[in-house]
Design a protein around this ligand. Structure first.
Ligand code: GDP
Length: 470
């Protein structure tokens, strides 16, 4: 009645005549509302709440940031298991946080900030490319620099390669930390040599990759590593406008005793204040308290700062974005509507599949076909890559964004979902979780026993001749 500017009683009368006995307090569904509105000569158009939120985010992004200043880099540590990722994160925190913030009690909130020569650097506390890609698959692009940890006594290992591929696909620059140089068997030169195979050529050999020898155990080289991170972030010219309303990503979320649902938010743009109304996913919140990683209570927090906030109506989801809305009522309503919608069908993501490859190429929607190859032996991966390279047609490029030995796992599927890629399994199968995830994320997994068949399928898909697989 409000929108149509028609008296409520008129509307109720019309409804009654149509057989709906309703009072002013009752809700009517979309179809009924459409019919009533059409009686008065109006046409009703459904707006998806997701679209409303996307529009708010889009408008935010399009708006000029007028007061941009340098912001701290956000760093994620990656590398092979046991190469010292956790030790490195601990060492950096210990040597750079405790001493400078006398009296503070370290809070594990999922990320922390250190000071390097009057510049800040923010580290994400969960190391590994799995966490990195899981966040990315939810739309969070938070990492500015990936620190790749390689143990000097072990060299480049399978997960080192995975980490390199995940960082590259995300377009995140890599800085190498050659760790465990205190160990007798350490051979940093060998590590540098092995890295060249993956196009990471260190500066002293004419490349652009910075590699810093460190020991997370003794602390040797850590200062140097931090200085290199600052230098790299200066080269990246990372900027943000602190004068705007805040938006960013959720890093961690949980329920804390006495505080209710809390979440660690990484502010990527603008400044977050106590009392701000935020929406994230289907959750609404009004920031009640805010603490940093030293346990200090804050009234406001600017770009690249991780803060733990309370005042949320529910548990947030890591990797979701959050945005501050001027109007508290609007934020609450949007969150509620989003929740209602989610009760119905889950919002489906569209991912590329071999079957619709041709039409997408024809429509000019894709110029790049991203492929992930998992195989039983390394030789097969290389053979497939070589054959695929020969397939290139003028308008489309095939990129093998990742190739590795082993079964197809959840991380592969998330990586494919994030990068809009097809997974090819050669003499390997997806594990149970991978199958489930591929189903919800709509990722196309193709299994082959003969290389020729794989190549032939892709060729046919590119030419629009593939018989659909049921
Ligand atoms: P992550 O799996 O990559 O997180 O590796 P961790 O940080 O858990 O380290 C694995 C093992 O290597 C632990 O036993 C650490 O104590 C040890 N370690 C880590 N960094 C160093 C180092 O610089 N020197 C030596 N000698 N040992 C290290």
């Amino acid at each position: 009645a409000d929108i149509l500017e028609i008296n409520v009683t008129e509307i109720i009368k019309t409804l009654m005549m149509a057989g709906s006995m309703v009072s002013i307090n009752q809700e009517i569904d979309f179809d009924t509302a459409s019919i009533v509105a059409s009686e008065f000569g109006f046409e009703v158009v459904a707006i998806k709440i997701e679209d409303v939120v996307s529009k708010i985010l889009e408008e935010y992004d399009e708006e000029e940031s007028e007061n941009e200043t340098i912001r701290p880099a956000v760093v994620t540590v990656m590398g092979h298991v046991d190469h010292g990722k956790t030790s490195l994160l601990d060492r950096i925190r210990k040597t750079n946080v405790m001493s400078s913030e006398a009296g503070g009690i370290t809070q594990h909130i999922g990320a922390y900030t250190v000071n390097v020569k009057n510049q800040s650097v923010t580290f994400i506390d969960t190391p590994g490319h799995e966490a990195f890609t899981a966040m990315r698959s939810r739309g969070a692009q938070i990492t500015d620099i990936a620190v790749l940890v390689v143990a000097a006594d072990d060299g480049v290992m399978p997960q080192t390669v995975e980490a390199i591929n995940h960082a590259k696909a995300a377009g995140v620059p890599i800085l190498v930390a050659i760790n465990k140089i205190d160990k007798p068997g350490a051979d940093p030169e060998r590590v540098k040599q092995e890295l060249t195979k993956y196009n990471l050529v260190v500066e002293e050999w004419g490349g652009e990759t910075i590699a810093v020898p460190v020991s997370a155990k003794t602390g040797e080289g850590i200062d140097n590593l931090l200085e290199m991170i600052v230098m790299m972030s200066e080269m990246e010219e990372l900027r943000a406008d602190a004068s705007r309303e805040a938006r960013g990503s959720v890093i961690e979320a949980q329920v804390k005793r006495g505080k209710g649902p809390v979440a660690t938010l990484l502010i990527q743009q603008g400044t977050l204040h106590i009392g701000d109304s935020i929406i994230s996913g289907t959750t609404y919140g009004k920031v009640r308290t805010m603490i940093d990683d030293k346990g200090k209570r804050l009234k406001k927090a600017g770009p690249s700062t991780p803060v733990e906030v309370s005042g949320l109506s529910d548990i947030l989801v890591a990797g979701d974005d959050f945005i501050v809305l001027e109007n508290e009522k609007e934020a609450r309503q949007l969150a509620e509507k989003r929740k209602e919608l989610q009760k119905g069908e889950r919002v489906r993501r569209t991912n590329i599949s071999l079957d619709d490859l041709f039409s997408q190429i024809q429509d000019g929607n894709i110029q790049d076909i991203n492929i992930i190859i998992k195989a039983d032996v390394q030789g097969s991966i290389e053979a497939i890559i070589q054959s695929l390279e020969k397939l290139d047609i003028d308008t489309v490029r095939i990129n093998v964004i990742h190739g590795a030995v082993g079964a197809i796992n959840e991380t592969d599927v998330l990586f494919a979902a994030t990068s809009n890629a097809i997974i090819i399994g050669f003499n390997v199968r997806p594990d149970k979780n991978a199958i489930k995830l591929a189903d919800t994320e709509k990722v196309d997994i193709r299994l082959y026993r003969v290389i020729y068949d794989a190549i032939d399928d892709i060729k046919k898909a590119m030419e629009g001749m593939l018989a659909p697989e049921y």
